[in-house]
Design a protein around this ligand. Structure first.
Ligand code: MLT
Ligand code: MN
Ligand code: ZN
Length: 310
């Protein structure tokens, strides 16, 4: 199995279109130790020929152009794509908008939780994905399934599980109390396993907290790619970028007693990689003390084009 990180940034990317935060400004200036990042997505293959995308970002076209393996195979006919399936972990714009770039008329399967499929069905623009070619498959919590796409098996087994999170920003119901109408399954984590060898990894790009159930699920895992949106809960407020904390946005922070560094400290996860990094996050600076701190805690910071062999 091979994982390629197509996009390691959170929604907005790095640099973000309208952002003059220190990181974005320094990146535009070409300051060393900062590299551009596209929005949140992975590509996974078992056989090197057939690929599944985990989330479809607004930068998908650029990501495919930067990844020769995802272009049409030279031996194929006039039109072909090795992208056979897409799995969505929530309905956020940074995870679904890339579906629109997959409208060019080839067969694939889109897997998502029922409520995310309802969101796609409620937005007619997604009907550009021809129903005769693009099947939509509901992920059932607690029932692992073999991934297929374009009529073939991908040799990968997928398990979806709910994680603490928040409904997509554009679906928030301000009258629905503190959860804004969030229901279980609006944010899921994925376990992807090689069906032949059993080698597996977890992918959890959005997560509000590591509760007891999630901690037990991840204990002893060999590889986890995890929500690295913010270093500290209030960093967007402190930098004058937003009035929202990380917890208000449904994202755990790296630091602090409730943060991911602390939560993973006793879990025995062998390899831990932060994905979905917001442009405000100081770990994006290779020479920052925050980067040193997460690396000292045993974490890696994903970058676009990163290859991982679970
Ligand atoms: C998030 O991860 O919180 C969302 O991608 C935010 C957004 O929709 O921009
Ligand atoms: Mn996001
Ligand atoms: Zn910024």
């Amino acid at each position: 199995m091979l994982i390629k990180v197509l996009g390691s940034a959170a929604g907005g990317g790095f640099p973000q279109i309208n952002c003059n935060c220190r990181n974005c400004a320094d990146l535009r200036r070409g300051r060393p130790g900062l590299s551009a990042r596209t929005q949140s997505s992975l590509a996974v293959t078992r056989d090197g020929e057939n690929w599944v995308l985990l989330n479809a970002s607004p930068d998908l076209r650029q990501q495919v152009a930067a990844t020769p393996e995802l272009g049409p195979p030279a031996s194929a006919g006039a039109r072909a794509s090795p992208i056979k399936a897409v799995v969505l972990t929530n309905g956020d714009v940074d995870h679904i908008a890339g579906l629109l770039s997959l409208r060019e008329g080839f067969a694939l399967s889109v897997y998502a939780a029922e409520r995310v499929l309802q969101t796609l069905a409620a937005n007619n623009v997604f009907d550009v994905l021809d129903v005769r070619l693009v099947e939509r498959v509901a992920l059932t919590i607690g029932r692992p399934m073999e991934l297929t796409g374009g009529g073939a098996g991908l040799g990968l087994r997928l398990e979806a599980f709910p994680v603490p999170g928040k409904v997509a920003l554009y679906l928030e119901d301000p009258g629905a109390g503190p959860g804004f109408g969030t229901r279980e399954g609006d944010t899921i984590g994925l376990k992807v396993a090689d069906a032949a060898t059993g080698a597996a990894f977890f992918y959890i790009p959005g997560c509000a907290a590591v509760d007891a159930a999630l901690a037990e699920r991840l204990r002893g895992a060999s590889l986890v790619l995890f929500d690295g949106t913010l270093y500290s809960d209030g960093e967007m407020i402190a930098q004058g970028l937003s009035s929202k904390t990380g917890s208000r946005m449904g994202h755990i922070s790296m630091s602090g007693p409730e943060g991911s560094l602390a939560a993973f400290a006793g879990l025995g996860v062998k390899r831990r990689i932060f994905v979905h990094l917001n442009n405000s996050n100081p770990v994006l600076r290779a020479d920052s003390s925050e980067r040193a701190q997460v690396e000292n805690a045993g974490w890696e910071v994903a970058f676009d084009g990163m290859e991982i062999r679970p």
